[in-house]
Design a protein around this ligand. Sequence first.
Ligand code: ADP
Ligand code: ZN
Length: 722
Amino acid sequence: MLDRPDIVAVMVGVAVEGPYSYRVPHGMSVERGSIVSVPLGPRLVLGVVWGAPKDSFAHNRLRDIALAYDVPPLSDELMRLVDWVARYTITPPGQVLRGVLRSPEALDAPKPTTAFRRTGVVPDKMTSARDRVLEILADEMAWPKPALIGAAGVSASVVEGLEKAGVVERIELAAAPIVQIPNPDAAPSTLSPEQQSALNQILETGAHNFGVALLDGVTGGGKTEVFFEAVADTLRAGRQAVILLPEIALTNTFIDRFTRRFGTRPAEWHSDLTPAQRAKIWRGVLDGTVRAVVGARSALFLPFRELGLLVLDEEHDGAYKQSEGFTYHARDMAIVRAQFAKARVILSSATPSVESRNNANQGRYAHVRLTSRFAEAAMPNITALDMRTDGPEKGEWIAPTLAREIFAALDRGEQALLFLNRRGYAPLTLCRSCGHQYKCPDCSAWMVEHRFRGVIMCHHCGHEMKTPKVCGECGDTESLTAVGPGIERVAEEVAVRFPDARRVLLSTDMGSHTQLRDRFSEVARGEFDLIIGTQLVSKGHHFEKLSVVGVLDADLGLAHGDPRASEKTFQILTQVAGRAGRASQHGKAFLQTYHPDHPVMKAMVSGDREAFYASELHAREAGGMPPFGRLAALIVSSGEQALAMAHARMLLTSAPMAEGVRLFGPADAPVSMIRGRHRVRLLAQSGRDFDLSGYVRFWLASAEKAKGDLRVQIDIDPVSFM
Ligand code: ADP
Ligand code: ZN
């Protein structure tokens, strides 16, 4: 309990550096973790009792806690996570806490539902509408008002009239839970011997202990089946489980699989929830009525009190890095939370991150493998198509060999997928007369043509304009040309070459998450023959009839000076190729490339992923890059390039000396302007055993603060280098 229970420290959910002291009014009782409302300046804000106050204050100078909510306190492990994340990412702890207190509505008592039932009194006047209502209520059950009105097809006034006449009575029912409790024994799978031994290896860490397993298995090997059994084990042990997915992979197919396995839908947590749904799930997680959550990155910060398992599906995915607001990596923070909560972690992937592979190699994680596909399915056969000799005809994007294979697949009644990681119609619009290239006025980026919508737009800031007909520079007409392909342009070629195929275009431009989920379900049901998609289609989908995959530009990811370019390319190519032949013997994938001799392409074609990891780990070690070294990026931005550069130079000169730390920059960032702000980068590199986050914290605390429109964004363990 707290030392001086009448004064406590409260962390408020605003960007402040630490908790403030408040007085607990007479008659109120709080403990560490209690969620409260406190006055801050003129307003009331949400906060959490953090513990005993650091300083002693004169009683009369303190303000009172206004309200203690009638909900269970946050768990100690979650509060430790907040402190840890704040410290490591150099973010005010109140701002991290705000990420936890995501649903203020959840704190109010759940509203009961108004329902009606018969009293036994016989109405003196009957109408057909009244008759329908009483018929429905004949079995003496109470019906919630909206359901009753809907089922009887009457207006509310009919029911109210019956109430006035004493024929029906109003009762209050407790609100229905948002989800049912999942049943760990509803429909367990019979695991193959390899899957069973993988599960056993994971369960070696007991349900109440900390341990990390890297579930490293080929696409279609049954990783999902295996981690579902680990979820079941956790539920049986009376603990809660969370499965994190890269946001866009939150498909109906996955939810349906969970539902079949556990006999009920999981609680979902993602950006498309309504505030009411959000509130019910958040509160259910806190009061323990929600036992399993399937969610995006931010589900990591849900207020579980009995967390026993965190699964990260597709653990290598870049979507786990949050890069707006405060930057954190959900994979790393999941492991921190599991440590505090004494919980298990499963990192699942067919293409683990180089970091996780290294941790498994070093014995820090259990390395759990699935080496073969389930049942009859075999790994796809991968071929590189050399663009210099076997490339497409001029003006086309699909090589003849690939086109033949697509025809053959369609003839067999199977599906084909064309993958190009570029939204829109063309990445560049160029004037053939004067050479003018359309660029975003606010970003250092070309305007990408989106022909279906008739606009050109910037993919960094969303700025768009109607596609020009006349060159904005020289005024020439009919001189503007689209350069290079985006998926809309590929779709145009596909429509001409495969006119009879049922085609679908899948990218984030093609609708809301909900609409996209529906499209994915249709593809899975076989309602389309030819799928043209961006990165979106590479993640976790299981399309049974898909047998041919064509990657139109396998080199796309290798171009820029990103230290993770090889890894990212290897992962995305493996994932995309892995969509082929998930349920059959003859999956084929084709990689159109100008660099068939690149180590990534060679590893893909030979299927020798171990060779890829070995060479990549070797290169990282030689360069002192993660996971053998640490990186931290500082991005200084301002409306004026000179201001940003001057501030970055000043930061560099005030950097403390420390052995083993190397500083690079300042230099213009690869994307040197976004939304009108010029960006200058500094990069700090250190050995693995050095506290680089602590170094940056100390550095910034001692340096002159950024003023005016200057901003310094800190990215510990950066994943993107733009
Ligand atoms: P991964 O997650 O490794 O890509 P999945 O778990 O999606 O693999 O499994 C691929 C396919 O094989 C799915 O359709 C799945 O239902 C099926 N499958 C895998 N293991 C089993 C099993 N033990 N029993 C029944 N079906 C299985
Ligand atoms: Zn822009």
